[in-house]
Design a protein around this ligand. Sequence first.
Ligand SMILES: Nc1nc2c(ncn2[C@@H]2O[C@H](COP(=O)(O)OP(=O)(O)OP(=O)(O)O)[C@@H](O)[C@H]2O)c(=O)[nH]1
Ligand SMILES: [Mg+2]
Length: 409
Amino acid sequence: MNEEMIGMLVLGLLTVGFVWLAVKAIKRSAERKKELYGEDQAPAATSEPEPVVESAPEPEPEPVVESAPEPEPEPAPVVESAPEPEPEPAPVVESAPEIPAEDARLKAGMKRTNASFMGKLASIFSRKGDVDDDIMDELEDLMLTADVGVRLAMEMVDDLRDRVAAKELKSGDEVRSALREHIEKALEKSTTDEDALKKNPNGSKVILFVGVNGVGKTTSIGKIASLLKSRGHSVVMGAGDTFRAAAVDQLKVWGERTDCKVITGEEGADPASVIFNTVRHGCEVEADFILADTAGRLHTKSDLMEELKKVGRAAGKSLDGAPHEIWLVVDGTTGQNAVLQARQFNEALGLTGVILTKLDGTAKGGVVIGISNELAIPVRFVGVGEQADDLRPFHATSFVNGLFESSAA
Ligand SMILES: Nc1nc2c(ncn2[C@@H]2O[C@H](COP(=O)(O)OP(=O)(O)OP(=O)(O)O)[C@@H](O)[C@H]2O)c(=O)[nH]1
Ligand SMILES: [Mg+2]
């Protein structure tokens, strides 16, 4: 073996040793890596629940929170609209208790009216046996003096005579029922289902009261103010009768009694300016009703009727559409002249209602039938006394019932 071969053998041994050391080192490092990865993988496995935790709260609670505030703005308009229906039930409650009291009161108030008119019917028809010419003559006299109006009275009686002659009507009761039908038919024209004191949904309601002297305009305004206040309405009154200081004082007394503001002007002031101010003030304080009084005047005086038109126009300048109602006050004891008054005031102003006062007096009641038949203007109220509650809503049926029940007694 030469030196060359020994050198190569040593080199070979060294190479093998080196390779063995290298393999061992690789093995050790692989084991360490295993140990290291083994530790990393464990936390990797436990990290999975995290996204679960994250995703769970994300989707659901948030939309709930977002959608919750949305409905909140909506209740606001609901709250706004809620008070609106409230005033409406009021009239229902108001009118309900009136009906039972009304007939008794009307009947009591109309005692004398009935005695002087329909009361006489009872004596005419109380006789036994068939209806004869004498009875029909008496009926004709009674109807002609009942303030119904000559034409209407004759129409009614002529029809009854014809039916008696044709033997269609025989007994007094049958003629009485037929007469009642005639009267109901005449009153149908002035009958309306609407509440005379219905609120104006768009603001204040202006009612102008007109009529000849002393018929009960100012008193009726006071009575109506009292009725409106009892229904919970706010009322402003205007003293459009500037001719007499006493007229202003009279309305002021009603204002104190009913706790309503009364707008007045200087004595002798232009009534149109007083009513203009009254309506303006009423609108400012958002009064539900504005009741305008005027001085009494003869329907035949054209200059005074022109002045009344001016008062109406002044109300309209203060508030569009005013006056919403123009009511003629008529004294029930005036007789047929009441129908003439109604016709002329209606031609001048376009009446929307009639108040018939003093039916507790010697009024014959027939004038209601005449006005209704001829002019077909709704009769709103009847006055049966001087006190605040002596004003009854007019219902044709209860009026006729009142007349005929007492005539049957
Ligand atoms: N018995 C009775 N008296 C009434 C009625 N209505 C009014 N009066 C009375 O009639 C009189 C005249 O009433 P007013 O209210 O002053 O009449 P007016 O239409 O305002 O009168 P002028 O303003 O003068 O045109 C007063 O004494 C009232 O008390 C009623 O229904 N029955
Ligand atoms: Mg008056």
